[in-house]
Each structure stands twice: as structure tokens, then as C-alpha cells.
Ligand binder design. Structure first.
Ligand SMILES: [Zn+2]
Length: 401
């Protein structure tokens, strides 16, 4: 999409600044606007910031904003404001959010409704979509326009739950039609450094290991290498940190994928080392956690003929061996796949995320039959079963006194 966005009013401290209550409208509208710009841009949208920071008067601010907006051919004009004049006494309920449009025939109404619903899902009262034909910005912009009154600057209940990151994620969700969790995860990936991404994905992989039995170092290294530290086109647009395609052979596992896809070109390598390009549909995920769960379920459950495609990967405690199993199952076509992954594990010391498997607190692992084992016993039993085509799920359990 092509989107114009601006924060309403001049900056705080100037003539024609916004409302002031428990928070300041001009400052927070800019904070939310900046985050929306970053998130939408990271998702591949074209965004123009039309904010005016030096208007001579309220009328001048509005005139400059509209001039900036109308200089671009866009699909939507978005104006970010905060409301005022709520009951300032705590009354246990939020005064809430509303989105203003020129009138109910405006093409912006469906977006306005999505934004109001998305912000309300954060806990604000939903005041809905309202007609305001008298508002200068809504009246004079060429493209479909809407004005978001995020919440009330002077309502204690609104401010108690207000957070610029969540507000921005909800607005982006309303503009793009994606879940706020999805846009928040995409924004996180876009903003993280390599070091931050390694910590983030390592911890998520350690949690995933508790249910999948696949080494966290293996999951984390694959995510790091395949997504380029969370910055690949697939990662930012589909939260797909590997190359999980829509159609995967032996697709028999219980999937957390909801069926949405993202289409892109991808390079594949031939046996002789040369490359070719294909266009493929990839899985688009609701969240990074949903990606990891589906990826692990795939490694654990994908079938090749009568057997498991990656037999032995669940419960495997040697990361190089796990990568060899994955490569042998034709997960990737790159000839250097195993070595590249091992280098990533070493470089970032990813085995520290496997610590949960070393029973530091004396916990045991149990298979789905409910029997308890040490990790080593459970994993070798799991490997034995997987060689005969049976899939086991390793679960960590506390020893009861
Ligand atoms: Zn305002």
C-alpha cells in the first residue's frame, strides 16, 4: 500500500500544539506515528510522513499537512491524534478510542473500522467510526482519509493501559488487516540488532524445545541463518524465518499455520552447485512462535514414504548430527548447509540455550506414554521408536516429592 501519515498539531511547547492531560498529545502522536512509519516501511509499504512541525498557527498547520498529503498519490491518508475532555476522575472504565471519517460513504470506512476494532482489542472502549465532515484534513485531502483519536490524554484508565508500541501495532494491524501480534512481531524483527535477535530467537527456541524435543541450538541456528537474523523478506513480511513452503511433501503434522501465504522468488541449488530461481508460495505466520511451532512439528512429523523424513532429529543431543539428519532429509539444497549451521552455533555459543535439557534442577523428561526418563534415556528411546516410524513427544516434568 501507499500511505500518507502525520501526527496532528505542532510539537509540544509551540503555538498550535495538541491537548495536554496526563500525557501530551503532540508528543505521543509523534511517538505513535514514528512507530507506524517504521512498521509499515519494514513490511514493504510506501509511507510518506506529512507531519508539520513549524506551523505559524493552527490553520497554517492544517494547510501545510494537506499540501504535503496531496503531493503524493496514495491509497490512504492517516492522521494521528489523541482525544481530550474525558472525565478526569478514575471511574474504572476507559473513555476509549474512535476513528473519524468525512462521512460513511468514504472509501476509508473499512480501514477506520479495522483500526477502531484493533485498538479496542487492546482494552480501550470502542467509540467506533464517526462522521466529521467539518474537519479540515478529512475535507481537503484527495485520497481516502481517516483521523485516529487513539485514546484520551486526560482519562486515567486510558492512560493506565496506553503504550506507544502497542498503539502503533494496533493501527498498523488496522491498516494492513493483519493481527496486531503479527505486526508487533514484524516490527520487533525489523528493529533488532544481530545480538538482540540471537537472544530473542534462542529463548523462543528453548521454550520450543520443551515441547518439540528438538535442540534449541538447532532451531535457533536454522532461524538465524535462513532469515538473515530476522531481516529476510520472508521474515519481515510473513514471519517465516525459514523457507516453509505452503505445500510441503509428507505434510501430515498438526500445523499452527492458518493457511495464509506469501508469494516470492527463491534461489535453489543444483547438485553441481549452480543456482536456479523458482517462484513459490510460502507460509505466512501469525507470530514468530507460531512459525517455530510449525517448523518443529514439520521436522518431527514430516514423512517420506513409510518412515519419518527426519528420523532421529527429535531427542538428538548432538547439533551437528541433527543438521546432518535435516540435510539428509533434503530440507535444504545448499551443499554447505551443515557446516554453515555449525559455524552459527559456534559463533553465538547457541548450545547455552540447550541448557534446559541438562536437567539442572533435577527434572525428568517423559514421553507421551507417561513414563519418566532422564533426558538421555528418553531421547534414545525416542530415536529407537522413530526408526520404526513412531513419533514421540518429549516433555519435561518435575519430580514429585
Ligand atoms: Zn488533536
Amino acid at each position: 500500500m501507499r500511505i500518507n501519515i502525520h501526527a496532528g498539531h505542532n510539537p509540544d511547547g509551540m503555538v498550535a500544539c495538541g491537548a495536554v492531560g496526563l500525557i501530551r498529545e503532540s508528543t505521543e502522536a509523534r511517538a505513535v506515528k514514528d512507530r507506524v512509519v517504521v512498521q509499515l516501511t519494514a513490511m514493504g509499504h510506501t509511507v510518506h510522513d506529512c507531519t508539520c512541525n513549524n506551523g505559524a498557527s493552527q490553520q497554517d498547520v492544517l494547510k501545510r499537512i494537506v499540501e504535503a498529503c496531496n503531493a503524493h498519490e496514495v491509497d490512504l491518508d492517516v492522521s494521528i491524534h489523541f482525544n481530550a475532555a474525558a472525565n478526569p476522575e478514575p471511574d474504572g472504565k476507559t473513555t476509549g478510542t474512535e476513528v473519524l471519517v468525512y462521512d460513511k460513504t468514504s472509501k476509508s470506512v473499512p480501514w477506520a473500522q479495522q483500526i477502531a476494532d484493533s485498538i479496542a482489542a487492546l482494552g480501550y472502549r470502542n467509540r467506533g467510526v464517526k462522521e466529521r465532515p467539518g474537519l479540515y484534513v478529512l475535507k481537503h485531502t484527495k485520497a481516502p482519509a481517516l483521523l485516529v483519536e487513539c485514546c484520551f490524554v486526560d482519562d486515567p484508565e486510558d492512560i493506565a493501559i496506553y503504550n506507544a508500541d502497542r498503539m502503533a501495532a494496533a493501527i498498523v494491524a488496522g491498516i494492513t488487516g493483519q493481527a496486531a501480534e503479527t505486526t508487533a512481531d514484524a516490527a520487533r524483527l525489523a528493529s533488532m540488532s544481530q545480538v538482540e535477535f540471537v537472544e530473542y530467537i534462542g529463548r523462543l527456541a528453548a521454550v520450543d524445545m520443551q515441547t518439540s524435543g528438538i535442540l534449541a541450538s538447532v532451531t535457533a541456528a536454522q532461524s538465524i541463518l535462513e532469515s538473515g537474523y530476522g531481516k529476510s523478506e520472508l521474515a519481515l513480511n510473513a514471519l517465516n524465518l525459514g523457507g516453509m513452503k505452503a505445500e510441503l511433501s509428507g505434510n501430515t503434522w498438526a500445523s499452527s499455520w492458518d493457511g495464509r501465504t506469501y508469494i516470492k522468488d527463491t534461489a535453489e541449488q543444483r547438485e553441481d552447485g549452480s543456482y536456479y530461481t523458482i517462484t513459490a508460495a510460502f507460509r505466512a505466520y501469525q507470530s514468530v512462535a507460531a512459525y517455530l511451532a510449525d517448523h518443529s512439528a514439520y521436522l518431527a512429523g514430516a514423512r517420506a514414504g513409510d518412515g519419518l523424513r527426519y528420523a532421529g532429529v527429535v531427542g538428538c543431543m548432538d547439533y551437528r548430527r541433527a543438521f546432518e539428519i535435516i540435510k539428509a532429509g533434503a530440507y535444504a539444497t545448499s551443499k554447505d548447509y551443515v557446516n554453515n549451521l555449525c559455524n552459527v552455533v559456534d559463533r553465538w555459543n547457541l548450545t547455552r540455550f540447550d541448557g534446559a535439557a541438562q536437567e539442572p534442577d533435577g527434572s525428568l523428561w517423559a514421553n507421551i506414554a507417561g513414563l519418566s526418563y532422564t533426558w538421555a534415556d528418553a531421547s534414545s528411546f525416542g530415536q529407537m521408536l522413530s526408526q520404526s516410524g513412531m513419533q514421540t513427544v518429549l516433555k519435561r516434568v518435575k519430580i514429585l516429592e
